[in-house]
Design a protein around this ligand. Structure first.
Ligand SMILES: [Zn+2]
Ligand SMILES: [Zn+2]
Length: 416
């Protein structure tokens, strides 16, 4: 038996890095005043049709949609924003003090072509804020994302920033784009020629070289922002300047859907040969109303954890050291487990992580095991030690040894 294509097991060796990454995410969110939310793994398909948009690749090509036994159409969540917006609406979180600042970490599902850092079940860390259109929250969300990457030891990344305006300013921009594009649209890829009528802004986003080349002199959305959108963008930039964050203005950073508004940003990893987005987000002031809720501004970002792990592995930050075993208890001679286990449990109850041998291995082999497990200390327990109530405590980093009374063991470990 094999795991389904595009899925993988995260084995103990790797989970330490995962734990550290999740721990950093939780810790930073706490410092910024964000609280965790957990939404179901599956939702009514309708939520994603409306909240992600049926013109997107995600909805048209990549969703795991199925009928349950009562013939309801359900979908494994392909992203986290629509479910969190649904929860905000359904639980009437508009009734509590605003803004509501939330974060989530969990698996998402997309029928995508598997590749490096790309899985069909993959993990995202994301934040969503509802209930304010203050530019300060845009800056906060961006800084939170940057702080997260920095906390993992990453430094080779760039913040790309844009404003996608609002439906008002986009209308004029869209016609300007179509006007410029109408003569060259036949030279673009088939996706782009489809986008020409429905969604010309997404042509800016095309990854195909001939499209990039043909469209490099197109007008910028930033020249078409209405006064409200323009003032908002200026404030976000001012805030980032004051917070000492650098950014690259990237007018080609667009979103395909109408409910996205104003700030859009991406964090691009510049480690290795290829530039790769490791996270992104932006404002979606019309999302909650799109899925049937009251008019509510919102903003968020999401990070693909597997991609971040790839970036970490390519940088000097790897491996991130997780907590290791404090003590490995090695047994010498014929000491029965009923005498060893109470000692181990005393240490565990004192807060130390402790393991022992269950395989009847030789003392030498037990030391090897302790090394593999990265144990900080080894305690040797033999018949002699049980009688004298004194044990040898070996520091596995320095190799130094000392004799410690059994009763003082926990206390001694505490002070090292
Ligand atoms: Zn506008
Ligand atoms: Zn194209």
């Amino acid at each position: 038996m094999q795991a389904p294509r595009g899925t993988n097991d995260i084995l103990p060796d790797e989970i330490k890095t995962w734990r550290q990454l999740e721990h950093k995410a939780v810790e930073i969110c706490h410092r910024f005043g964000y609280e965790e939310i957990r939404t179901p793994i599956f939702e009514h398909t309708e939520l994603f049709l409306r909240g992600v948009g049926d013109v997107t690749d995600i909805v048209s090509k990549e969703m795991y949609t199925f009928k349950d036994r009562s013939e309801r159409s359900l979908t494994l969540r392909p992203e986290g924003t629509a479910p969190v917006a649904r929860a905000y609406m359904e639980s009437n979180l508009k009734g509590i003090p605003q803004p509501v600042k939330l974060f989530y970490i969990g698996p998402m599902f997309r029928y995508d072509r598997p590749g490096a850092g790309r899985y069909r079940q993959f993990y995202q860390f994301g934040v969503e804020v509802f209930g304010t259109n203050a530019p300060a929250i845009d800056a906060e969300v961006i800084v939170l994302a940057l702080d997260f990457f920095r906390s993992l030891g990453l430094s080779d990344f760039a913040l790309h920033l844009n404003s996608v305006g609002c439906p008002d300013c986009r209308q004029e921009y869209r016609s300007a784009l179509q006007n410029e594009l109408k003569d060259i649209v036949s030279t673009l890829c088939s996706d782009c020629s489809e986008r020409f009528d429905k969604n010309p802004m997404r042509i800016l986003d095309c990854k195909i070289d001939k499209c990039k080349e043909a469209t490099k002199n197109l007008p910028s959305i930033l020249d078409y922002l209405c006064s409200d959108c323009s003032a908002h963008f200026e404030q976000v930039k001012l805030l980032l300047n004051k917070l000492g964050e650098e950014y690259v203005i990237n007018p080609r950073l667009v979103r395909g859907l109408d409910y996205y508004t104003k700030t859009a940003f991406e964090i691009i990893s510049t480690v290795g040969d290829t530039e790769q987005a490791i996270g992104g987000g932006g404002r979606y002031d019309n999302l909650v109303s799109t899925i049937g809720g009251p008019d509510t501004p919102g903003i968020g970002f999401a990070v693909g954890i597997e991609r971040v792990l790839l970036a970490i592995k390519e940088s000097d930050a790897y491996p991130i050291k997780g907590p290791t075993l404090d003590v490995f208890v090695a047994k010498a001679g014929n000491v029965p487990d009923y005498e060893v286990m109470p000692i181990i449990m005393d240490l565990r109850n004192a807060g130390f992580s402790v393991d022992m041998d269950y395989m009847g291995k030789s003392l030498k082999a037990q030391f090897k095991t302790a090394n593999k497990k990265d144990a900080r200390y080894v305690v040797v327990l033999g018949e002699e030690e049980m009688q004298s109530k004194e044990v040898t405590l070996r520091n596995m980093t320095t190799g130094s040894q000392e004799t410690v009374g059994l009763k003082q063991l926990a206390e001694r470990l505490e002070t090292t």
